[in-house]
Design a protein around this ligand. Sequence first.
Ligand code: CP
Length: 318
Amino acid sequence: MKHLLSTADLSAEKAIEILDTSLEMLQTQSREQRKLPTLRGKTVVNLFFEDSTRTRISFEAAAKRLSADVINFSSQGSSVSKGESLKDTAQTLEAMGADAVIVRHSSSGAAHLLANRGWISASVINAGDGTHEHPTQALLDAFTLRSRFAELAGKTPAGIDLKDKKVMIVGDILHSRVARSNISLLSKLGAKVYVVAPSTLLPIADTSPITKSFVNLDLAIREVEPDAVMMLRLQSERMRGTFFPSAKEFTSGWGLTAGRFAALPKHTLVMHPGPMNRGVEISSVAADSERSTIIEQVANGVAVRMAVLYHTLSGGAK
Ligand code: CP
C-alpha cells in the first residue's frame, strides 16, 4: 500500500490486516524498550494546514517509535502566509528528503491531489481533508471497538469481527470527515451503522451504506439499542449558515446528556474522536464513565498510526 487516502479505498481484508498489525504494534508498546528499528533512515513529514492535537502528535509519536526522523510543518508561521501553494509547500518538504507526507487540509480532496498529480513521489497519508475523510481516525475507532468487544467476550481482538454490531453516530454528520470514514469502514467490516442528527445536519444524497438515519435521538436509542454511540462535535469551522436554533437546543435534542446516558443499554460504549465540547454534544458523566473509550481511542491511535506507517513505508510486504 503506497498511500492511505480514504477508507473507501481499503478492502475489508486490508483493513483487518492493518488492525492486526496495530495489535502487534500495541503489544510492543508495553515493553521497556518501545522503539522499533523498522523505519530507521526514513523521514516522515507532518504537513498540517489545520489545527490538530491528537492526530499530529500521535503520528509524530508513531513515526519516532518506528525510528523514523520527523519534520513537523504547521501552516501558521510558514510561507503559506506569503501565498505559497500546497504543491510548492509539499515539493519543498520533499526536497528535504520526505519518504511520507501526512497531510491535513481544510479542502476535501487535498490528499488525493498530492498523491495523484505526480507532484511528489513520497507516500501520502490523509490526516483529515475538509469534510471528506479521516481514515486513520476510523481505523483507530474500529480497533478500539474490536478491543472492547474482545474484552467483553474474553477473546483476543484478532478473533473479533464487527459483524452485526450496532454503532450509532450522533451529531454533525453533514460536516464530519470522521463520520464519513467510519460509515465506510465499519459497514465494510460488517457493522450496522446508524446516524442521528437534526435534519439540517444529515446528508441528503445517497445515504448507503447507512443502515438507518434518525432525527430523534431518544427514539433511535430505544429502537436500535446500540452497542456503541459515537458522539460528534459541531464542526462550526465548516458551517456556512445556521443549522439549528442554538447550542442549547442542540444539546437538548442531540447531546448525550446525563439523562440520555442513563437511558442507554448498560453495555453501550461511549466514543468520541475529540476534541470534545463538554456540555454541548457530550456530558462529563458520559465522557468520564467506565464505558467511555475516549482516552483509549487516543492511546490506540499511536499503535494504529505505527501500523499505517509500517504498511505504507515498508513496501506493503506484510
Ligand atoms: N480526532 C482528531 O482528529 O483530533 P485532532 O483534531 O486533535 O487531531
